[in-house]
Design a protein around this ligand. Structure first.
Ligand SMILES: Nc1ncnc2c1ncn2[C@@H]1O[C@H](COP(=O)(O)O)[C@@H](OP(=O)(O)O)[C@H]1O
Ligand SMILES: [Mg+2]
Ligand SMILES: [Mg+2]
Ligand SMILES: [Mg+2]
Length: 339
């Protein structure tokens, strides 16, 4: 690795390589078909892919950047048992980036990295069903699946490939409580000749790994497909959108904004955590967008911050759309979430 590149550029380059490796782990576990699903709470599951991908990311980054504070979604990821997963490559394209003056003096001690090893776990576990080509085998798997309702099962059958494209690996880099760099890796993105793609963003540099798109002509909202409730629905109704897309994962929803497939990401619920939003917010910022809570306030990403994004998520690719969304949310709803 080029030791001459400034720390933040090296860390982002390592994060890209580590996210690619984690994505391969996610695909391999799905192919083996033993997901090892554990219920963490209501509508909150973890699989072997979440656990192994996090082990890979934390072991690899902490071996190379020992003083960086790294916080992951999943518990019980002892670093000692993870040498098989060590990834020490660093992406060459990122290493060759010109580091802006504003990021040159950053030290390891100033950095907190937020890791979501697998964003869209609900969609990942449902994807396992779609890999069963035999309808009888698929039905049997559905019957033993811990949390797929009949409505979901039917929507899965209609979706042809399931929702694996919604799955992402998120590595967010924050400095002084602000997200300044991030990686969103999509293990199941279908390219012509290879599986997966890696989107990155860095403050005062820009974004890469995809083709940015302008917001759609009409107002298209993107939101959760597996964690809705009456308040979430209320916040969608007031937007007066032409269309509402219900997809999995915070990472994938922000990708939809970046690619011009949706105008605003609206989620009026405390369900998302710092690891869900740190990387997407960093990439969105680097593309000129904005991610806040539903009151329009920024989240802080210091290590001691509480994990839940209690007052929800509102994100858009520009200030105009973001302002529109903040203004549409009724005060009563803002009060309910901040209570
Ligand atoms: N009510 C809830 N309970 C637990 N997690 C929630 C939640 N609402 C949102 N989340 C988390 O926020 C992320 C995005 O949610 P959604 O796909 O519904 O938009 C998911 O991350 P993970 O898949 O990494 O756990 C999901 O678990
Ligand atoms: Mg989770
Ligand atoms: Mg997540
Ligand atoms: Mg996760």
């Amino acid at each position: 690795m080029s030791q001459t590149a400034p720390l933040i550029v090296r860390l982002l380059a390592s994060s890209v390589s580590v996210a690619n490796r984690a994505g391969k782990i996610v695909r391999d576990i799905m192919s083996k078909g033993e997901l090892g699903i554990v219920e963490k709470g209501k509508d909150d599951y973890q699989t072997e892919a979440d656990r192994s991908a996090q082990r890979c990311i934390i072991a690899s980054l902490s071996a190379q950047y020992p003083k960086v504070r790294i916080i992951g979604e999943e518990d019980g990821n002892e670093i000692q048992s993870s040498h098989e997963f060590l990834e020490t490559d660093a992406d060459k394209e990122i290493l060759s980036l010109e580091c802006p003056a504003s990021l040159k003096g950053i030290k390891e001690e100033d950095i907190v990295v937020w890791v979501d090893p697998l964003d869209g776990t609900a969609e990942y576990t449902q994807g396992a069903l779609m890999l069963k080509r035999d309808p009888w085998e698929r039905w049997k798997m559905y019957l033993t699946h811990p949390f797929i309702s009949m409505k979901w099962y039917l929507s899965l059958l209609h979706s042809k490939y399931g929702f694996l494209e919604h799955v992402t690996v998120l590595i967010g880099i924050s400095v002084n409580e602000k997200p300044i760099g991030g990686v969103i890796h999509q293990p199941y993105f279908k390219n012509e000749n290879k599986m997966g793609r890696t989107i990155w963003g860095l403050k005062d540099v820009g974004v890469g790994g995809f083709t940015p798109g302008n917001p759609p002509e009409s107002l298209i909202i993107t939101t959760t497909r597996s964690h809705s409730n009456p308040i979430v629905e209320n916040a969608l109704q007031v937007m007066k959108a032409a269309q509402v897309l219900r997809v999995g994962g915070a990472g994938y929803k922000v990708l939809q904004l970046l690619e011009g497939k949706a105008s605003i990401y609206v989620f009026a619920s405390p369900g998302c955590k710092k690891w869900d939003t740190c990387a997407p917010e960093a990439v969105l910022n680097a593309a000129g967008g904005k991610l806040t809570d539903v009151l329009g306030n920024f989240y802080k990403y210091g290590a001691s911050e509480s994990r839940p994004n209690k007052t929800g998520v509102l994100a858009a690719v520009n200030d105009e759309l973001h302002n529109y969304a903040v203004q549409r949310i009724p005060q009563e709803l803002k009060d309910k979430l901040s209570a």
